[in-house]
Design a protein around this ligand. Structure first.
Ligand code: HEM
Length: 448
């Protein structure tokens, strides 16, 4: 243990660990409780993921130091080959100068001015989804939210006239993500990429379908000639500092990246929020009151986002309790350090929104869902960086604003008409590709 003064972080070595596998078996068994166990040991915990040395960070200031240093003292961790196959050289898979160029080209397509336009699509799609339900219907919330965010993703990415195509792209994307998730969680990940497995064959077939469909949409967008305001058109119009546009292959990779990064994450965040609202009628009542006073029954717009303060707090608290992206990693480069502690090159750096969001040092009653804790005059305040569901530093989620506006507007649109009542049964989170409910969240649709 190394400590220098009272506020200095405590760095410790996790006990145990097998010669070849290190602490991986503990982690594979139950990652979330493994993280909490490590958190109980210290602020900076050395452990081993197989033979790779790993360091887990739990203090908000150290996490900020790490994420702020990605692309300089730390680098973005490589993604498994399945990601590469699906996302190509899209922004998530690139580092250094290539990443900087792409981030610069893609970022303007999700600026507030652009998100204003997408907001209309978000509210309209949510109203259409609610329009198909009747009071008394039983719905699978995750499936409904996935279909809804998929429709929003396809329409905002490719434009309104792509409507109907979302089924084709959506199905292929679903297969691809499922196969990547299955491989990540199983022994197949140990096989070199050229070994064919039935899962990999399904993944390749799905990627070929995505390529064909996205290729068609790009060709249609190029040939139309008319002014469009979807994300793809913005990507096509973007130029880097040398005046160079994205090539068709680069466009394909960024479009698929935005789709994959954006829709399942948001669907899961919405599912958890409906689940939490079901179990907290007092929160739901306050939310309903805000919707009545701000919207009075009309569809929300981008401008309403600012006024829907309580809805924003509900979303923020839901992302604290159930952070959809439950782990954010990086790799140490030469000369890296954290809080003055040297970190050896190649060390895998781990942080977990789950573990830090549930740390009683940062949040009173951390397991309690209480949107009021985000009131501007609430005391005590969580330290800066203690809430980081969207990561941080230069590689912060590119779609952060898009995602927050989408969750708030979808909730506001649907909750004005219906409660999704998931009943008293509880579900535990399961750490998969994203943080999923352990079982289906089935709800009865009731009039609001
Ligand atoms: C609730 C929904 C969302 C959550 C919780 C979320 C979370 C995150 C996190 C934690 C990262 C950083 C990952 C890392 O560094 O390993 C990230 C990156 C990213 N997100 Fe999101 N995201 C959400 C929605 C979206 C949406 C809607 C979009 C697109 C419109 C999007 C696009 C991206 C992209 C492109 C990156 C990579 C950025 C880069 O590497 O420069 N995300 N997201």
């Amino acid at each position: 243990m190394t400590t220098t003064d009272v506020d200095a972080p405590v760095r410790v070595q996790a006990p145990g660990g097998l010669p070849l596998l290190g602490h991986l078996p503990d982690m594979a068994k139950e990652p979330l409780s493994f993280f909490e166990k490590l958190r109980g040991l210290g602020d900076i915990v050395d452990w081993r993921a197989g033979r790779t040395p790993a360091v887990f960070l739990f203090r908000p200031e150290d996490i900020q130091e790490l994420l702020g240093g990605v692309e300089t003292r730390f680098r973005h961790a490589d993604r498994p080959w399945g990601f590469k196959l699906l996302l190509g050289d899209g922004l998530i898979n690139t580092v250094g100068a290539e990443w900087r160029r792409k981030r610069g080209l893609v970022q303007p397509s999700v600026r507030p001015r652009q998100v204003r336009g997408y907001a209309t699509v978000m509210a309209e799609c949510a109203a259409e989804a609610a329009g198909r339900w009747q009071p008394g219907d039983r719905v699978d919330v995750q499936q409904e939210m996935a279909a809804l965010t998929q429709r929003i993703a396809v329409r905002t990415l490719f434009g309104a006239d792509s409507a109907g195509r979302e089924a084709v792209i959506g199905k292929a994307m679903e297969i691809a993500q499922r196969e990547i998730g299955a491989e990540l969680g199983g022994m197949m990940a140990m096989l070199p990429p050229w070994v064919p497995t039935p899962g990999r064959r399904r993944l390749k077939k799905a990627v070929a379908e995505i390529d064909a469909e996205v290729g068609r949409l790009i060709a249609e967008s190029t040939s139309g000639g008319e002014e469009r305001d979807d994300l793809l058109s913005r990507l096509m119009a973007a130029r880097d500092e040398n005046g160079v546009a994205l090539t068709p292959k680069e466009l394909r990779d960024e479009a698929v990246t935005l789709y994959v990064a954006g829709h399942e994450t948001t669907a899961t965040a919405l599912t958890w929020t409906w689940y939490l609202l079901s179990h907290h009628p007092e929160v739901r009542d306050r939310l309903t009151r805000e919707l009545k006073s701000v919207l009075g029954g009309r569809l929300p717009t981008f401008e309403d986002y600012q006024s829907l303060r309580y809805v924003q707090q509900v979303v923020k608290e839901s992302l604290r309790i159930f952070p959809v992206v439950w782990v954010v990693t990086a790799v140490a480069d030469t000369g890296a350090s954290i809080a003055g502690h040297p970190i050896e090159k190649g060390t895998m750096m781990w942080t977990s929104p789950w573990a830090t969001h549930r740390d009683p040092r940062s949040f009173t009653d951390p397991d309690v869902f209480r949107p009021e804790r985000w009131d501007s005059d609430a005391e005590p305040k969580a330290p800066d960086g203690a809430w980081f569901p969207f990561g941080g530093g230069p590689r912060t989620c590119l779609g952060l604003r898009f995602a927050l506006v989408e969750t708030v507007l979808v909730l506001a649109t649907i909750a004005q008409r219906f409660h999704l009542d998931a009943g008293p049964g509880k579900t535990e989170p399961k750490a998969q590709f994203t943080l999923q409910p352990g079982g289906p969240v089935v709800a009865t649709v009731r009039d609001a």
